[in-house]
Design a protein around this ligand. Sequence first.
Ligand SMILES: [Zn+2]
Length: 213
Amino acid sequence: MRIEVENDQIRARKKQEYEELVAEMDQKGMEARLEKISIVTANVFGVLVFFIVGAISFALFYLIHGREALGNYMGVEGSAKLLLFVVVYAVTIFVHEFIHGFFWHFPCEGKWKSIDFGFNPKCITPYCHCREALNLKQYLWGALAPTVFLGIVPIIVGLVIADAFVLLIGVVGVVGGCGDLMVIWTLRKHKDCMLFDHPYEVGYAYFVKKNAD
Ligand SMILES: [Zn+2]
């Protein structure tokens, strides 16, 4: 496992590692193609998901627990609510990346050695990067897991324990997984391919037999 703050040197190293993988796959008669995710589309999708998932979750909460319960916020009152939200939300951003790494380390030959965690100062975001190519099933679980554990699970827990804060964290957790969900949506096109987290593009590379359509 490497933990680092991204800089030019690290970017160059990642690019080199990627090129080495491409060369290795080339020897096996495979070529790399890119599946890129548009950041603009991801943001629009994120806003839509926020309103749709938020409306459904809070409507359900209201129907089950009534209006009063909307004030349940982990026992916190007043302006401390906002502070609690900001702190917990910031923590979940890092936990999100950790969950990716946790699920991806299992299928990797190098286990944790093949997982990098970093912080990109340019876009002020942490990231997780897997240095091995994975098959669809292996890639899928790691891509989906943060949305499940930080999104769907808290929404269910919030509904069950009647806590609006836990519910809200879940809604925001699903929004945080929108980019991953877009990636997952594209995976259906590459069912039999080995997939590799692209080192500097938003998206991934997939390997197909040379001269394939
Ligand atoms: Zn993610």
